[in-house]
Write a protein that binds this ligand. Structure first.
Ligand code: PGA
Length: 254
């Protein structure tokens, strides 16, 4: 089955609203006619509404993403953001379980599973579900074990119908923001394992539908290595997605 490649930016805690809008305008101009691959921008909450409006106005094919979401409907959760608040801004994708959420903010597989269930029950926005091992886990030979646990627990009770709409981002934690990207072989091996696990959790048809990205120090000069592989369906890009030219190259140089 042919899966459409998906290259997404994760801006993290960067950019003013004005900078975000200006990026969106010029990025849209450069990519609006590209249809054989999908692109998306996951941006800070402050600019979601404005960029969502702009996207609608330009009828832009760029997907809009949020970097996180709370699992409750509403209520006394100071500092959090709900599903419906994101949807109201025109969000298409929500990153669930980015390694910084897991390891800096202590989000557990159980919490992430609740977030996946919220997305599933509403069925309006898609998940970019992130998994990946720490350096010490890799060195201890536990990479597959960690990936299996993150998928089994994070996707517990998620139906194959909803799972087939999600994107999985395999992001080894030691490669994120470090400049040390995974080798093509490491990425392919892990992603092949992830698809095999999805096959076990669901079935062959579902596993073949799910797009699996690689993330971790992806740059214009290494993207082609990953995209050369049939197994890798795209990338989640941090640092190299903060400048229009560099992100356009990541999207097009392969
Ligand atoms: P990086 O970040 O490309 O800067 O390594 C990737 C990510 O955190 O998604």
């Amino acid at each position: 089955m042919k899966r459409k490649p998906f290259i997404a930016a994760n801006w993290k805690m960067h950019k003013s609203i004005e900078e975000g809008i200006s990026f969106f305008n010029s990025f849209h101009e450069k990519v609006k006619n590209i249809s054989d691959r999908e692109t998306g921008l996951c941006v800070p909450y402050t600019m979601l509404y404005e960029i969502g409006k702009l996207k609608k106005h330009l009828n832009s094919p760029i997907a809009l993403g949020a970097e996180n979401m709370h699992f409750e409907e509403q209520g006394a959760f100071t500092g959090e953001i709900s599903h419906d608040m994101l949807l109201e801004c025109g969000v298409d994708y929500v990153i669930i379980g980015h390694s910084e959420r897991r390891h800096v903010f202590g989000e557990t597989d159980e919490v992430l599973n609740k977030k996946m269930h919220k997305l599933q029950s509403k069925n309006q926005m898609k998940a970019i579900f992130c998994i990946g091992e720490l350096l010490e886990e890799r060195e201890a030979g536990k990479t597959n074990e960690v990936l299996r646990r993150q998928m089994k627990q994070g996707l517990d009770g998620i139906t194959k119908e909803f799972a087939s709409t999600m994107v999985v981002a395999y992001e080894p934690v030691w490669a994120i923001g470090t400049g040390v990207s995974a080798t093509k072989d490491d990425a392919v091996n892990a992603i092949t394992f992830v698809r095999k696990e999805l096959n076990e959790l669901y079935d062959e048809e579902t596993a073949q539908k799910i797009r699996i990205q690689y993330g971790g120090s992806v740059k214009p000069n290494n993207i082609h290595e990953y995209m050369d592989s049939e197994e890798i369906d795209g990338a989640l890009v941090g640092g190299a997605a903060l400048k229009v030219d560099s992100f356009v190259q990541v999207l097009t140089k392969w």
